[in-house]
Write a new protein. Structure first.
Length: 395
C-alpha cells in the first residue's frame, strides 16, 4: 500500500465530508471515507512501522481508531528510540499514557517495543506495569534481561525498587540469571533494596525476599563456574547466615565440592537439619552413598524423626547402588517404626546382590549345587537376608 497516496486520498474524502451540505451528500461522503479506511484492516503494523517514514506514520495515527492508534504509536516510538532520535521518540511516548483503551493489540504487546521504551525511561515502569497483563510484563523483562547492558540493567532494577515494583524486579533478576548475565547481577549486588517496615508489595514480594533471590541467583552462577570460595564470601558479605543461601545454591547446582562444604558445617548453620539432610541426599544421588556416609554416620534417632524422609531416600540410594552395608548402617540409626519397612527392602536388596555376584558360577553347575556354592562363597549373606525378611514378615 502506498501510504502517502492513501493519506492524500483520505484527506480529500474528509474535506468532502466536512463540506457536504445536504444529508444525502454527507452520507455518501461518509460511506466513501469508511470504505477507504477499511483498507487499513489488512495492514501489517509491524512492517509498516519499520518501513515507512515517521512523519507518514504519525499522520496515519490520526486516521485510526483509538486502540489501533495506540499500538502504532508504541511501535513508532520504539523505532525512533532505536534509531537514536530520542527526543522524537520520547515525545510520542508521552502521548501513549494518555487515557486510551487497554490492553494493547498483540502486535505491540508481544513485541520488544516496550522493552526499548522502558530501557530509555525506566521511571515509566510503574504506570506501564499497571496497564499490562502478567505475561506481557514477564516477556518484556526477559527482553530487557537479554538486551540491556550491565549499567542499564542496574538502573532498571533500581527504578523497580524505588517504585516498589517487586514483581517486575524479581522477573528481571530471573531473566538475567537465565541469560547468564553474571556481571550484570554482580553490578546489582551493592544496590540498596529498602524494606519499608517489612511490608510486602506487588506479587507479595518483600525487600528481604528480593535480596535473597538476587543473592541466590548470583551464588548459583558462581558455583556453576567453579568459583566456590567467591560464592561463599559473597554470602558472608550480604547475609547474616551465609550458609543458608549457599546450601540452597549448592543443592540446586549439584556441585559436589560445594555440597561437601555444607555437610562439614553444623546443620543449624545451614537453616536446619532438613536443609542439611536435603544437601546430603542430593550429594548421594550425584555421587554415591559412600561419599555421604562420613557426614551422616553420627545422626541420631531424633535426627531421623526430624528429617527421616531424606535419610530414607539415601538408604534407598544405597540399596540401588548395591551399598547394602552402608544401608544397614543407616537403618541402625533409624527409629523402629521407620526402619521396619526399610529392613524388608534391605533384605531383598541383599538377595539380589548375592544372586548377581553368584550368577557366573550358577550357570556352570547343576541346580542342586547352585545356591550351596553361592552361600559358601559369600559367607552366608543370602541366608542372613532370608532371616531378616522372615523377621519382618512373621515378626
Amino acid at each position: 500500500m502506498n501510504l502517502p497516496l492513501w493519506l492524500s486520498r483520505s484527506a480529500a474524502l474528509t474535506a468532502e465530508l466536512d463540506s457536504a451540505a445536504a444529508f444525502g451528500a454527507a452520507a455518501e461522503a461518509a460511506l466513501a471515507l469508511a470504505r477507504h479506511r477499511s483498507e487499513l484492516m489488512d495492514m501489517d503494523w509491524m512492517e509498516a512501522a519499520s518501513r515507512e517514514s515517521p512523519d507518514v506514520m504519525l499522520r496515519l495515527t490520526g486516521e485510526l481508531p483509538r486502540r489501533e492508534r495506540l499500538t502504532l504509536r508504541v511501535l513508532l516510538a520504539a523505532r525512533l528510540l532505536t534509531e537514536g532520535e530520542t527526543a522524537a521518540g520520547r515525545q510520542i511516548v508521552e502521548t501513549v499514557f494518555e487515557p486510551e483503551p487497554w490492553p494493547l493489540e498483540p502486535a505491540a504487546a508481544q513485541s520488544p517495543a516496550w522493552a526499548v521504551i522502558l530501557a530509555d525511561q525506566p521511571d515509566l515502569l510503574g504506570v506501564w506495569r499497571r496497564r499490562m497483563t502478567g505475561d506481557v510484563v514477564e516477556r518484556t523483562m526477559e527482553w530487557l534481561g537479554q538486551g540491556l547492558e550491565d549499567g542499564a540493567l542496574a538502573r532498571m532494577l533500581e527504578a523497580a525498587e524505588s517504585g516498589r515494583e517487586r514483581g517486575p524486579a524479581r522477573m528481571l533478576i530471573t531473566a538475567m540469571w537465565r541469560r547468564d548475565r553474571l556481571p550484570a547481577l554482580l553490578h546489582c549486588m551493592d544496590m540498596p533494596i529498602r524494606d519499608h517496615h517489612g511490608e510486602k508489595w506487588e506479587y507479595g514480594q518483600s525487600a528481604q525476599e528480593i535480596r535473597g533471590w538476587l543473592l541466590g541467583c548470583v551464588c548459583r552462577m558462581l558455583l556453576k563456574r567453579g568459583r566456590i570460595r567467591e560464592a561463599l564470601d559473597l554470602c558472608r558479605k550480604h547475609d547474616a547466615r551465609p550458609l543458608v543461601p549457599f546450601s540452597q545454591a549448592a543443592r540446586w547446582t549439584k556441585v559436589p565440592e560445594a555440597m561437601r562444604l555444607v555437610l562439614e558445617s553444623a546443620p543449624d548453620d545451614c537453616g536446619g537439619l532438613s536443609q542439611w539432610a536435603a544437601v546430603a541426599e542430593t550429594l548421594a544421588w550425584a555421587k554415591d552413598v559412600a561419599t555421604v556416609w562420613p557426614f551422616v554416620q553420627k545422626r541420631t534417632a531424633e535426627d531421623w524423626a526430624e528429617a527421616g524422609l531424606f535419610f530414607e531416600v539415601i538408604t534407598d540410594r544405597a540399596m540401588i547402588t548395591g551399598e547394602v552395608d552402608l544401608a544397614e548402617g543407616f537403618l541402625a540409626l533409624a527409629p523402629e517404626g521407620t526402619a521396619r519397612p526399610l529392613r524388608a527392602r534391605l533384605a531383598l536388596a541383599r538377595i539380589r546382590t548375592v544372586r548377581e555376584l553368584a550368577a557366573p558360577a550358577m550357570k556352570l553347575l547343576p541346580n542342586g549345587a547352585r545356591w550351596r556354592l553361592a552361600l559358601r562363597r559369600k559367607g552366608g549373606r543370602e541366608e542372613l537376608a532370608r532371616l531378616a525378611l522372615s523377621d519382618f514378615l512373621y515378626g
